[in-house]
Write a protein that binds this ligand. Structure first.
Ligand code: NOJ
Ligand code: CA
Length: 513
């Protein structure tokens, strides 16, 4: 699965914003890279208070990104390239510009319109204290006061009011949205804040008013699992015999422990729930081994989706401290049983862009924390598609009046990461991913083969998948003598005298014990 952040992927019309036509034109690139499906982050009409996760119309395409006809064309052309498309469903909150929220504001306290959201009177004699102590995930408090004095809840930005999922009209509304996209032919959904939505009656104060992945009054509520059973039956009600076949869903669930995650993976629950362990665990052999074991104990086969990066976290090259470590991580990710999610640009080895002028930053987290958190713009910089030229090929060079600058500035030299700059170098990041994805298709063990750990020195991990595949990862600083093998299929760094250098991984064939 390849995650596309549409506004940063490819711009077809030269306005500096990525669009559906840009993505359609890159489908051959994605097919050649070896991806099976694309997850499209929100492309719906939105005031962009949170990069599109503030949706003002759930059944349309933002005119800056395209049209519904172009969306249908994306699905059609995707099929020609054997690429399915899943869309991002944002059910916890909408945009404050959404007609339902505007109607709620207009209708006033006590109205049925307000009951679709979470409005409450404030505390204190004048009602000017928020109704409880919940914090916003983006910094500051989770409540904003409306003009008439009531407060509304927003676990994210004040422009993202939370829906009241205990009102049956809300699940009904979203079932309509889900069917709208499934009827158009999408292969499934990525569910935003999938551990959220339901809130405890009475909205009690948190004992410790801090963000956490532990179950609390607004995360991992028990009602959520009943909802997912309903959604699963909607997904399963679409016939699987017509390409794109079975419909799926992957939940964005940030959990503190496997036991919190487990109920989401009930047989009639969500088909997939992200494992964020390769992002959250320290990059050390024992931690990664424990994370892999914990995940595989919960969910086998394709129900375990692995991920190294996305549009919310620092890019792996920067987070793991070096391009070498990120290359090793890529081979680990792609060798684990389960499905693998790649975030656009990972295959190019893009680093996090750290030098973005404050004035250009867009992430509400940057603004709501008054810059204490730089936010997530650094992993959302528009992709380079050519070594040079305006916007490094992100926008077409020949658009009338030359392209408008990309919506987030690209750093100097960004074009050295572009596919054509890497294609001719067999050792490039791009070719590592491309080769690994080809092997992942052709080596049977990388399909259903179970994982078996083999003994290896400290700071290293070696595992087999049957039949006949071995992956060795060196997290340490000493060279790792390769385990017994027949051939080296691929390595993330040149091997020296049969040893794997520090911060490297290799794929081998052989019948290792
Ligand atoms: C998770 C999304 O991935 C993130 O980008 C967004 O800001 C929040 N959910 C709120 O929708
Ligand atoms: Ca555009």
């Amino acid at each position: 699965m390849y995650q596309v952040y549409p506004r940063s992927f490819a711009d077809d019309n030269g306005d500096g914003i990525g669009d559906l036509r840009g993505l359609i034109a890159k489908l051959p690139y994605l097919e050649d890279l070896g991806v099976d499906a694309v997850w499209l982050t929100p492309f719906y009409p939105s005031p962009l208070a949170d990069g599109g996760y503030d949706v003002s119309d759930y059944r349309d395409v933002d005119p800056r990104i395209g049209t519904l006809e172009e969306f249908d064309e994306l699905l059609r052309t995707g099929r020609e390239h054997n690429i399915r498309v899943i869309v991002d469903l944002v059910p916890n909150h909408c945009s404050s510009e959404h007609p339902l929220f505007q109607a709620a504001l207009a209708a006033g306290p006590g109205s049925p319109e307000r009951d679709l959201f979470i409005f409450r009177e404030g505390r204190g004699d004048a009602g000017d204290e928020p109704p409880n102590n919940w914090p916003s995930n983006f910094g500051g408090r989770a409540w904003t006061r409306a003009a008439d004095g009531q407060w509304y809840l927003h676990l994210f930005d004040s422009a993202q009011p939370d829906f009241n999922w205990l009102n049956p009209a809300v699940p009904e509304f979203f079932e309509g949205v889900i069917r709208f996209w499934l009827d158009r032919g999408v292969a499934g959904l990525r569910i935003d804040v999938a551990h959220g939505m339901f809130k405890e009656e009475g909205l009690p104060d948190l004992a410790v008013p801090e963000r956490s992945n532990r179950p609390n009054s607004y995360t991992h509520r028990p009602e959520i699992h009943e909802l997912y059973r309903t959604w699963r039956s909607v997904l399963d009600s679409y016939p699987a015999d017509d390409y794109p076949g079975e419909r799926t869903a992957v939940g964005e669930v940030w959990a503190d422990s496997p036991s919190t995650l487990a109920p989401y993976l009930a047989p009639d629950g969500l088909p997939q729930v992200f494992n964020f362990e390769l992002i959250t665990s320290p990059w050390k052999a024992p931690d990664i081994r424990a994370a892999v074991d914990a995940t595989l104990a919960l969910a086998g086969g394709s129900r375990a989706p692995w991920v190294l990066g996305n549009h919310d976290v620092t890019r792996p090259v920067t987070r793991l401290g070096s391009p070498e470590a990120a290359r090793a991580a890529a081979l680990l990710l792609l060798a684990l049983p389960g499905s693998a999610y790649l975030y656009q640009g990972e295959e190019l080895g893009l680093p996090e862009v750290t030098r973005i002028p404050d004035a250009a930053r867009q992430d509400p987290r940057f603004h709501r924390t008054k810059g204490r958190s730089v936010g997530r713009d650094g992993c959302r910089v528009p992709l380079p598609w050519s070594p040079d030229g305006p916007a490094y090929g992100f926008s077409p060079a020949d658009s009338p009046g030359s392209p408008v600058a990309p919506w987030l500035p690209q750093p100097d030299g960004w074009g050295t990461y572009s596919p054509p700059a890497q294609a001719g170098d067999p050792d490039s990041f791009y070719n590592l991913y491309r080769n690994a994805l080809r092997l992942r298709r052709s080596v049977p063990a990388l399909g259903a083969g179970a994982l078996r750990w083999l003994e290896s020195p400290d700071d290293t991990l070696v595992f087999a998948r049957d039949p006949g595949f071995v992956c060795a990862v060196n997290f340490g600083s000493a060279p790792l003598p390769l385990p017994a093998h027949d051939t080296v299929l691929l390595s993330s760094a040149p091997l020296a005298d049969g040893t794997l250098p520090p911060r490297a991984a290799a794929w081998l064939t052989g019948t290792a014990e």
